[in-house]
Design a protein around this ligand. Structure first.
Ligand SMILES: NC(=O)c1ccc[n+]([C@@H]2O[C@H](COP(=O)([O-])OP(=O)(O)OC[C@H]3O[C@@H](n4cnc5c(N)ncnc54)[C@H](OP(=O)(O)O)[C@@H]3O)[C@@H](O)[C@H]2O)c1
Length: 241
């Protein structure tokens, strides 16, 4: 059976993705920081789906641990789902907060995916799925720390896809738009533009089946972001976004 490694497996989206992969008979490695939560999820997925599920401690910001972590938890498919929205206002004056946003959404992902990608490229097989964000499609005044980290992550995934294409490795960038998860529980989101974790998971499965490059979970976001990217900078800078 193929194995899927889920990084940030306690995230609401990751839980939904793990359920869909377990239904497809993937064995799973649930990696993250909250081992109690992952232990509960492990038992549930095993009982419901009859697949092998293990848990592993993973901290995206503990870069030095990543090579040994991956050596102990190799898989055929890797979902990079961890992330941190953070507090933009705080981050503008507090480097600890800014660095946490940048490291969790960008450098942490690069650190672990560099290791995963080398293995996949060597084996000439494998699928990497990165959960990025439409926030990375254009920097906005209200969240450009998170947005710039996701922009970096999107560019990283694009470059990796370009490099890995001829080796048979698939790299999928997922842009959920708004999603109703723990991360956004404090925000009022427009229902028509907001995906559930289950919708994100369904889009991920579709992306795997179709070997897609970029997946916008709600298709409307693709056109919204195209329009936003086309606004001239001279106009965009005056907008209150
Ligand atoms: N919700 C949205 O509207 C939205 C939109 C676009 C993209 N995204 C992205 O989608 C992904 C999943 O987010 P979600 O909405 O499902 O949010 P979530 O439920 O808040 O999950 C975030 C996860 O990231 C983990 N995490 C944070 N820092 C970590 C670290 N240093 N090492 C390992 N894990 C860490 C958290 O683990 P702990 O429990 O240990 O903190 C948590 O499991 C993220 O990359 C997010 O940026 C979300």
């Amino acid at each position: 059976m193929p194995t899927a490694l889920i990084l940030g497996a306690g995230s609401d989206m990751a839980v939904a993705i793990a359920r869909r992969l377990a239904e497809r008979k993937y064995d799973l490695v649930l990696a993250g920081r909250d081992m109690e939560l992952l232990g509960t999820l492990q038992k549930d997925l095993q009982i419901r789906n009859g697949v092998q599920v293990t848990t592993a401690t993973f901290d995206a910001r503990n870069y030095d641990s990543h090579p040994a972590f991956y050596a102990a938890n190799k898989a055929d498919l890797c979902v990079c789902a961890f992330g941190y929205l953070g507090d933009q206002d705080k981050g503008m004056t507090d480097w600890t907060e800014a660095e946490r946003i940048l490291a969790t959404n960008y450098t942490g992902a690069v650190s672990i995916l560099n290791v995963v990608a080398e293995d996949y490229i060597k084996r000439q097989t494998g699928t990497i799925i990165g959960i990025s964000s439409v926030a990375g499609d254009r920097g906005r005044g209200s969240n450009y720390l998170y947005g710039s980290a996701k922009a970096g992550f999107t560019a990283y995934l694009s470059g990796l896809r370009n490099r890995a294409f001829k080796t048979g490795v698939t790299v999928i960038t997922v842009k959920p738009g708004f999603a109703a998860t723990r991360m956004t529980a404090h925000l009022t989101l427009p229902p028509a533009l907001t995906a559930s974790p289950e919708q994100v998971a369904a889009a991920v499965i579709k992306g795997i089946d179709g070997k897609k490059n970029t997946v916008y979970v709600k298709g409307l976001w693709k056109w919204i972001m195209l329009a936003i990217r086309m606004i001239p900078e001279n106009v965009f800078k005056k907008m209150n976004l």
